[in-house]
Ligand binder design. Structure first.
Ligand SMILES: NC(=O)c1ccc[n+]([C@@H]2O[C@H](COP(=O)([O-])OP(=O)(O)OC[C@H]3O[C@@H](n4cnc5c(N)ncnc54)[C@H](OP(=O)(O)O)[C@@H]3O)[C@@H](O)[C@H]2O)c1
Length: 341
């Protein structure tokens, strides 16, 4: 099978940072695994972080990629939710070979049926970021998807135009929040409004005066999707007593979890999208349920794809371009590669 991966961990400027390989296909699926024919993939900061941070040589090559859409080609003996021919989308498991390969094994409990109204590329843009935003808002933080429950609540999203932010804005709005997103450029600002943000402020300027200008003295909930250390103090000051903050990025330094967080009794919630797969938690089937529910909302027109750019077929050259763009830190929505040449 064709695959694009790495045998050494190199900066993206090096043409060997990601290379094309011809690899043996995976073994027949066992247990609850599906064998999927991958048709489209998206890229995420985790791909670039893994590519940059690893050490030594990989034999066989390491295959990255944790956002895919494709077709089920074979099922393990324990599979109950899918059959051959089903069209699916999933993020998968960071501890197993990724989706930048024509064939991939993935546990059915991490997989959802592809939204019927989307093509493979539009669907591949979604799983990792949808799972992240959904798990954070509705499973780690105490909020419900039901729009009536959050009416009157303000949700501040730092990094609104990124992959996670694009889906968090949509889910926050669907859940009834007034969403204030942050963006620092005209393009990212316009995208946040398209995703459903009620207001957009600039994360490169002090946040409090911009919120005050909108008549917002404090926020009920905040998601920091960009830089945990940088906004920590400001968010503690902006959050209302008994509010909640959601985090997804490892802090570079130490966070002071005392005042103002303690005095205001602010809930601090971590999300790691791969935790369920990595630790094989008893509830890992939640990811199947979330992706299935998200697909229904997409097909009902309540949520939309976050795809912004199609970069061509899945190969090393196009993946290197995708990593370069992601490493610039200024992509809007999601980059997708589709098909094999
Ligand atoms: N824990 C988890 O499960 C999990 C899951 C997914 C992602 N993540 C992490 O979450 C982060 C965001 O992921 P993503 O996929 O959304 O990234 P992304 O798509 O690469 O985000 C790009 C956006 O980040 C914004 N941005 C850049 N620097 C910023 C800053 N200092 N403050 C606020 N916004 C800034 C940019 O907006 P402007 O151009 O407007 O500045 C840009 O639109 C990454 O670090 C990723 O590794 C964690």
């Amino acid at each position: 099978m064709k695959a694009a991966g790495l045998s050494r961990y190199l900066p993206i400027e090096d043409s060997r940072a990601l290379e094309d390989f011809e690899l043996p296909p995976p073994a027949a699926p066992q247990g609850q695994d599906l064998l999927v024919g991958v048709q489209a993939v998206s890229v995420n900061p985790v791909d670039a972080k893994l590519r940059r941070s690893g050490k030594g040589e990989e034999t066989p090559p390491r295959i990255l990629g944790f956002d895919a859409a494709g077709t089920v080609l074979a099922v393990g003996p324990g599979v109950t939710a899918f059959e051959v021919g089903d069209e699916v989308y999933y993020a998968g498991d960071v501890t197993r070979p990724g989706c930048n390969a024509q064939l991939q094994l993935v546990d059915e409990r991490l997989v959802g049926r592809k939204p019927a109204t989307l093509d493979f590329a539009e669907a591949a843009a979604l799983p990792l970021t949808t799972l992240t935003a959904w798990e954070l808002l509705f499973q780690r933080m105490p909020y419900q998807l039901d729009g009536r429950r959050n009416a009157g609540r303000v949700l501040l999203i730092i990094g609104g135009a990124g992959g996670v932010g694009s889906m968090a804005i949509q889910l926050g709005r669907h859940a009834g929040f007034t969403v204030v997103a942050t963006a620092s450029r005209e393009e990212s600002r316009a995208w946040c409004l398209q995703m459903g943000a009620g207001h957009v402020i600039d994360h490169r300027q002090p946040l409090a005066p911009q919120l005050q200008a909108l008549g917002i003295a404090q926020v009920d909930a905040a998601l920091n999707l960009a830089d945990t250390d940088r906004y920590w103090q400001a968010l503690g000051e902006l959050l209302a007593p008994q509010g909640h903050v959601g985090l997804v990025v490892e802090p570079a330094g130490e966070l002071r979890i005392g005042d103002p967080y303690k005095a205001k009794c602010i809930g601090i919630h971590w999300e790691f999208m791969f935790a369920r797969a990595r630790f094989r938690t008893a509830d890992m089937i939640e990811q199947h349920r979330i992706l299935t529910r998200a697909a229904s909302l997409i097909d009902a027109g309540e949520l939309r794809t976050t795809l912004t750019r199609r970069l061509g077929p899945i190969n090393a050259a196009n993946l290197r371009q995708a990593h370069r763009l992601l490493e610039s830190g200024s992509t809007v929505g999601k980059l997708v590669l589709e098909g094999w040449d």
